[in-house]
Write a protein that binds this ligand. Structure first.
Ligand SMILES: [Zn+2]
Length: 253
């Protein structure tokens, strides 16, 4: 068993949000003239996620690292060198401009998260990293038939166990929960990149994907879903890792 090698180290929750906003820094405004509509759409950012992330961080006393620059400027959930790192709006920048863009709006978010992970590990903890996202209800004519997606690497036992437990907890509601949908948890992204850096025994990375139909509709259903996500995550953590999610997370530096 992976966990038997480090049986007593507590897991500490860390939240991140790579697509929290659709901000265009003033120095890049000329790239986005007449782009208000696409900036406000699911292509510009993860609709509904930032307020939920702040709420979850407060409820679970977990640190949150939220980036609010539009993914159409630079895609924080793609690895360096990935063809989708820049969009049609930013692809025309020359090599030096791209380097400046990465230094100003890509590296800082990743470095903040990496520093937080390494601080936890340096103080005798293991990292439970939850990256928060949302997905458009329909893409290229395909209706996504899930309310919640839980993305993980099936080869990493803690991630598999946590997602199974969380799915089971959430099923007590009426939500449609799917694992590794609408994307595979091993497809390129920040968490898969971090998995190459940190072994499964000390790093457990999961991406939560919320169907945007709920934040777009708002109201009681969205309120219920947000509340249940927090409660069921805490229950799943406690059943899989045999620890409370909040008490250990409060010790985060
Ligand atoms: Zn996202």
């Amino acid at each position: 068993m992976v966990s038997s090698s480090v049986p007593d180290l507590p897991w500490r929750l860390l939240l991140s949000c790579e697509h929290g906003g659709n901000r265009v820094p003033p120095e890049y405004a000329t790239l986005f003239q007449e782009a208000d509509e696409v900036l406000a759409s699911h292509r510009g950012y993860d609709i509904g996620v930032a307020p939920f992330a702040r709420r979850l961080a407060q409820e679970l006393s977990a640190p949150l690292y939220l980036a609010d620059v539009t993914r159409l400027l630079v895609e924080l959930n793609r690895s360096p060198g990935h063809p989708a790192l820049f969009s049609e709006f930013s692809r025309e920048l020359d090599k030096l401009q791209r380097r400046e863009l990465l230094a100003a709006y890509y590296q800082p978010h990743r470095e903040r998260v990496i520093s937080a992970i390494e601080r936890i590990m340096a103080t005798g903890g293991r990292v439970l990293h939850l990256s928060l996202h949302s997905f458009t209800p329909e893409l290229h004519g395909e209706v996504r038939n899930a309310d919640i997606g839980l993305l993980y690497d099936p080869q990493r036992p803690n991630e598999l166990a946590l997602c199974r437990a969380w799915q089971a907890q959430l099923r007590s509601g009426t939500w449609r929960i799917r694992r590794n949908y609408p994307y595979r948890g091993t497809a390129d992204g920040f968490i898969p990149w971090l998995r190459r850096r940190y072994p499964a025994a000390v790093y457990c990375g999961v991406e939560l994907e919320i169907n945007q139909r709920w934040p777009l509709a708002g109201g009681d259903d969205w309120e219920t879903l947000q509340r249940q996500l927090g409660v069921t995550l805490a229950a799943a953590v406690s059943s899989v890792f045999r620890q409370g999610v909040t008490q250990d997370c409060r010790k985060n530096p």
